[in-house]
Every structure is written in structure tokens, then in C-alpha cells.
Design a protein around this ligand. Structure first.
Ligand code: BDP
Length: 669
């Protein structure tokens, strides 16, 4: 070999390996090359403007851009932006630096998608609070996290700042997210200690230029655990003072601190109820302590007690009577559905019942109940369904329970990144729509090959319905294995367990039929919805079939709109779910040649797990429900391939903090 070539060989080799490593998913959707030297003038003198200008300088391929702060009647929000593209020059205007930053990312997104920049763009976000909620514990574990450990290196903070903190802020800013609650709602009081406030301050300093405010989940009993007080009663003077002093301390360190998120009197967490006080009394006390600093309190409505009342009714029963009693800086944070982030739920009736208290919706980006980071489930479509159902309801903001960890690809799987992306984009404007968002994500993340883009987008759009079908079709819910919520366990019985933590509470299978009677003849949960909707849901003939078993205990022979009986329809739905995963695999196989090998293979491996899991779900549920229906499986679906007894013996033995590996799953089955 020529001497020069021998000399250059190691260089080629390292470039080659570098380019492979570069496709490990760490770049997310931010793949614009950074080799440009665009002409960009930032007149704003803001941190956001400076960052945006730098991003444009490195990556923008169009004509010269000027960034200015402006008062313009079309800029109706602080975060909105206006872009005038006159061909030879582009002007980007916003009321604030954050608005300019969002405008820059908007331009770069269009460029990365290959879309033109129109002559005029005016874009104002619909929600002012667009927040991630991290369920990260201070020991580094993440409750319901499937992407490794927490990004926050508490033992190193505040002295050492991981470069990933900046990458995290940048990724969020690029999709319009403007706040983050960095610790678990099951909050350790320790987060409010002076030591931790210093660490939180260090993170806040990194996030601030990117327009991201820091919020904290707080433990209602902190004055006892941390302050040594004998009580946390919200009406106790010493408690009130403790919280006021704590707020002063926080704001001294973090002047733009966002506020508190509170899970109170829920699943064993302390709260005002421990002292005979109401949620509003507890929330108002915190709200008064933080109000002088401009902070807010997000009070969660996720409560249910060990009572006999239908769990789906409980949040409404507890909060509806308190409507109007909350301070102005309190926002009631309500999960999208009345139970708990199931693959499909009707909307929580609180959204249409609460009219004198500010509301925000809590969505779950992490796939606690949708196959963790093993299954592809694009949630844009699920959230769009939710937004369609609550159309007309005013929300102050959106919170998304994050799926981010310290995994190289951030989310534990390449496709899970799409849910982080979609959450941000929908929080900016839900009318953008799941399809458009999926397409722009694919264009930025994977490929511009038209056929491949179509295949991947179609795969994404069918994925959530596939999960619903192979896990819990027709309104079934909470058939999950105890604890880790990964696989099916409709038969689960644990002596002494709360009934509403067991699948049988929800499926109510018996020799007659299947489903939870929430009609006026049953628990009457339907009555919590507006009248017209309530009567539609109440009647088995008008209730949408996707919610049939959520609201009705239907006979096995109940005639469905397809002409089949309920039993046969159920069997078909499970089979459809499995077939949809096969289809997703085929689509991916067709798109694969246009995607780098590393990510192409990683996704394939996940899809193989998903297919096996889908079959497992189908077999487990059908064979189990068959012990009640005593009906044969229709012969036009694929036969089951497992034995019920064998399936019942499988215990995955994983915790709330992990996603099972393919090896573990194969070994157990
Ligand atoms: C459920 C999770 C649990 C959370 C709880 C919550 O299983 O880990 O703590 O919700 O939202 O979905 O508070």
C-alpha cells in the first residue's frame, strides 16, 4: 500500500467508526449540520436571542436574518414569534428572547424537513405552561422510567455540570417546552433542604437561557421531616411560616423559580387531609407562601381512597365540590383519563366539570402502560383523541411525565423520542395534529426518502391502536401485571391487596359477560359527564364501542356493530392488534435501507420483542376470559400458541424502574 494511504488509514477508520457512533440516537431530532456561516444579526440583547442566533449561524442555509424584540399586535403571547421572509432578508420578531429562540428553532425545523419558509409566519403557543414532569428520585432511580437512570447527577451537583444538561435544555427549547419539574411527585422532603436548593439552582442556571423554568415536586409533610415541626397542618402558624421562609430561600437562589407540584393524600403521600383539612386549604396555604414571588402551585387531582366507590369517580367527587375555592395562582393538574394513563381512557370528567379553577392536563410520555421502551406506541394520536374530546375546554397548560433518562438515546428507544417531540409540539399547539408532527419528526430524525417516510409515518399512526387492541380493546383497562405494569395478568389475585389494584376490579368477567357497569344502573360514573354525553354513554347501543367495556357490563353474546358477538369481536380485536405489529414490522423492514444500520437494527430488535409480547397479551387475555365465556375462539383468527397455566406461572420479577430485556423475556417464556 502507498505510504501515504497507510498513514491515513487509521484516520479513515476513526472517521468511519465516528459516523456509525453518531447514529446512536443521541442527536434526537436535531440533525441540521453545523457547518454553515449564515448572516445573522441579533439586535435583541437577550439570552434567548443570542442562543437562537448562534444556532442559525451554524445551521441556517437561507438568506440573512435579523432578530428583534418588537411589540406587534399579532404577537399575542410572550413566547410567540413572527417571521417575515422577504426573499433576500428575513426578519424574526418576538416580544421576548424566548420568543426569538422559538422562532429560530421553527426556521431550523422547516429547513431540516425540507419545507420552505413562507413569506409570513405568525405563531403563538396555545398553552402558556408547557412542562415536563420528571418522576426522578434523588437516589438516581426513575419511577416508571425506562431509559436508565436520572439525568441529574445529584452527587456531582452543583460543582460539576454534565454537558447533557445543556443538550436537554436545547432539545426542549427546540420543541417549545418552557418548564420542568425535576423530581418525582412521590417527593422526598430532602429536595427542599438548603443543600439541594443549591444543586437545583445550578440546574436552573443552565436551563434559564433556553427559556426553561425549574419547578419542584414537594412533600406536604416537609415542615415536619425537614423543619422538625410537630405538624404539617396547613392552618398551623408555624407551618405557614416554614413554607414562607422556604419560598424566600428558594427565590433568593432561583429568582425565576416556577413553583410547586403537589401529590397530596394520594397513594400514601401526606396531605392536608391528614389534619382534616381540604385540598383547597392545603393548596391555598402553599399558594399564599409562593405568591409574593410570582410562583404557582400545581395541585394534582390524582386521588382515590380505599373506599368502595368506583375509582373512576373519586377524583371528581373530591374536587368538584372545591371548585372556586382555589387561589388564582393554583392550577389543578388532572390526568387525561379518570383512572391512570391506560392505553385508552375516556377523558376525565373533571375537565368539563371544573369551571372556576385553572386547569392543566397531565399526559404520560413515559410508556408505563404501553409496553415501556420496548413497544413502539406513538402517543401523538392518543393525545389528539384527548384534545378532540375536550374541545372547548380552557387549559392553562400541559404537563408530560417524561420518558427521559441517562440512556445514550435519551428515551430507551429511538421511537420513544417521538413522544417527547410530539408532547412539546402539541403543547405548543394541539391543532398541529398527530400526523403532521409524526411526519416532521421522521424527516428530521430518520430519512427524507418519500416512500420510507410514508412507511414510518403509517407505522407510527397505527401503533397506538395496535397496542390498545393487543392489550385492552373495547374499553378494557388495567389488566396489567402487579407492580411493573408491563405484561398482562388479568387473573392476578393478591390476598389483602386493595381491590382497585387488581385487574378483576376492572374487567368484572363472569359467566354473563365482561366490563365495568358505570351506567345509571351501575356506579353511575356516566353522570359526571355533561348531560348529552352522559346519556350517550349510558345506553349500550349508543356508547362508542371503543369505550363499551369501560362503561358497560356487556353480555358475551352482545351484538356488535360489525355483526359479531362481543366475544368474537374481542377475539378479532386481539388478533388485529397482533397483525398490526406484523404490519409495523413490514413497514420498518421496507424503510430500513434508508436508515443507518445502528438505529435500523435497534428498532428491529424492539419490534421483535413487541410482536412476541403482543401474542403473549392476546393469548393471556383470550384464554383467561374464555374461562368465563366458555365460547370457542373463532376460526378466522390465528390460534393461540400458549397454555394459560404456563402463562400464569411466569413472573417477570422486575421493578417499577426498569424495562425488561429481550433476554429476560425469552428466558421467562
Ligand atoms: C401511577 C404510577 C405511580 C405514580 C402515580 C402518580 O403507577 O408510580 O406514582 O401514578 O401519578 O401511574 O402519582
Amino acid at each position: 500500500m502507498n505510504k501515504k494511504l497507510i498513514f491515513l488509514f487509521p484516520l479513515f477508520l476513526s472517521l468511519f467508526t465516528l459516523s456509525i457512533q453518531a447514529e446512536d440516537g443521541s442527536k434526537l431530532w436535531l440533525r441540521n449540520d453545523q457547518q454553515q456561516e449564515a448572516q445573522v444579526k441579533d439586535k435583541s440583547k437577550t439570552a434567548g436571542g443570542a442562543i437562537g442566533a448562534e444556532e442559525l449561524m451554524k445551521s441556517w442555509k437561507g438568506s440573512a436574518v435579523t432578530l428583534t424584540i418588537a411589540k406587534d399586535k399579532e404577537l399575542t403571547t410572550d413566547d410567540g414569534f413572527k417571521i417575515e421572509n422577504k426573499g433576500d432578508k428575513i426578519t424574526l420578531k418576538a416580544r421576548t428572547g424566548n420568543g426569538l429562540l422559538y422562532g429560530c428553532y421553527h426556521m431550523l425545523r422547516l429547513q431540516a424537513c425540507g419545507y420552505p419558509l413562507p413569506p409570513l409566519t405568525i405563531d403563538n403557543p396555545v398553552y402558556s405552561l408547557r412542562l415536563l414532569n420528571h418522576w426522578d428520585n434523588l437516589d438516581g432511580t426513575i419511577e416508571r422510567g425506562y431509559a436508565g437512570h436520572s439525568l441529574w447527577q445529584w452527587n456531582e451537583l452543583p460543582a460539576t455540570l454534565s454537558p447533557r444538561y445543556t443538550d436537554y435544555a436545547r432539545a426542549n427549547a427546540s420543541i417549545g417546552i418552557n418548564g420542568t419539574v425535576i423530581n418525582n411527585v412521590n417527593a422526598s422532603p430532602q429536595i427542599l433542604s438548603s443543600e439541594y436548593i443549591e444543586k437545583v439552582k445550578a440546574l436552573a442556571d443552565v436551563f434559564r437561557p433556553y427559556g426553561i423554568k425549574v419547578y419542584l415536586s414537594v412533600n406536604f409533610a416537609s415542615p415536619m421531616a425537614l423543619g422538625g415541626l410537630p405538624t404539617a397542618d396547613p392552618l398551623d402558624e408555624a407551618v405557614v411560616k416554614w413554607w414562607k421562609d422556604k419560598c424566600d430561600e428558594i427565590y433568593k437562589a432561583i429568582p425565576d423559580f416556577g413553583g410547586f407540584l403537589v401529590k397530596a393524600n394520594s397513594e400514601g403521600q401526606p396531605g392536608p387531609g391528614d389534619y382534616g383539612r381540604s385540598h383547597s386549604q392545603g393548596a391555598n396555604m402553599l399558594a399564599d407562601a409562593i405568591a409574593p414571588h410570582g410562583g404557582i402551585v400545581m395541585w394534582r387531582s390524582f386521588v382515590y381512597s380505599a373506599s368502595d366507590a368506583d375509582r373512576a369517580k373519586q377524583a371528581y367527587e373530591e374536587f368538584k365540590p372545591l371548585d372556586g375555592q382555589f387561589r388564582e395562582n393554583i392550577i389543578l393538574q388532572v390526568k387525561n383519563g379518570p383512572i391512570d394513563f391506560q392505553p385508552r381512557e375516556p377523558y376525565s370528567p373533571l375537565f368539563t366539570a371544573i369551571d372556576s379553577t385553572q386547569l392543566m392536563a397531565e399526559l404520560q410520555v413515559t410508556q408505563e402502560y404501553l409496553g415501556h421502551s420496548n413497544h413502539i406506541a406513538y402517543l401523538g394520536t392518543m393525545w389528539q383523541e384527548f384534545f378532540d374530546e375536550i374541545k372547548g375546554v380552557k387549559l392553562k397548560g400541559l404537563a408530560g411525565v417524561a420518558n427521559i433518562g441517562d440512556a445514550v438515546n435519551w428515551c430507551g428507544s429511538d421511537f420513544a423520542q417521538a413522544n417527547w417531540y410530539a408532547f412539546g409540539r402539541l403543547a405548543w399547539n394541539p391543532a398541529t395534529g398527530a400526523t403532521k408532527i409524526a411526519k416532521e419528526w421522521v424527516l428530521q430524525t430518520f430519512t427524507h426518502d418519500a416512500a420510507a417516510v410514508n412507511n414510518i409515518v403509517d407505522l407510527m399512526l397505527e401503533s397506538r391502536e395496535a397496542v390498545v387492541n393487543y392489550m385492552m380493546p373495547l374499553g378494557l383497562h388495567h389488566q396489567f401485571a402487579w407492580g411493573h405494569h408491563y405484561g398482562p395478568q388479568p387473573w392476578c389475585e393478591i390476598r389483602g391487596a386493595r381491590p382497585d389494584w387488581l385487574p378483576s376490579y376492572y374487567h368484572k368477567a363472569d359467566s354473563q359477560g365482561l366490563g365495568f357497569d358505570r351506567t345509571s344502573r351501575g356506579s353511575n360514573a356516566v353522570a359526571q359527564y355533561p348531560k348529552t354525553l352522559a346519556s350517550q354513554l349510558d345506553d349500550i347501543n349508543t356508547c362508542p364501542e371503543k369505550y363499551l367495556l369501560w362503561f358497560h357490563h356487556a353480555a358475551w353474546t352482545h351484538p356488535m356493530r360489525s355483526g359479531r358477538t362481543l366475544w368474537n369481536e374481542l377475539c378479532h380485536k386481539y388478533d388485529d392488534g397482533v397483525n398490526a405489529v406484523r404490519d409495523m414490522r413490514d413497514r420498518w423492514a421496507k424503510a430500513m435501507p434508508t436508515v443507518d444500520d445502528q438505529r435500523a437494527d435497534a428498532v428491529s430488535r424492539k419490534l421483535n420483542i413487541q410482536l412476541k409480547d403482543a401474542i403473549w397479551w392476546k393469548d393471556a387475555c383470550l384464554l383467561y376470559f374464555q374461562t368465563f365465556s366458555k365460547l370457542p375462539l373463532p376460526n378466522d383468527i390465528a390460534p393461540t400458541t400458549h397454555q394459560l397455566d404456563q402463562m400464569k406461572r411466569v413472573e417477570l420479577g422486575i421493578s417499577n424502574y426498569e424495562c425488561p430485556s429481550a433476554e429476560l423475556l425469552d428466558k421467562m417464556r
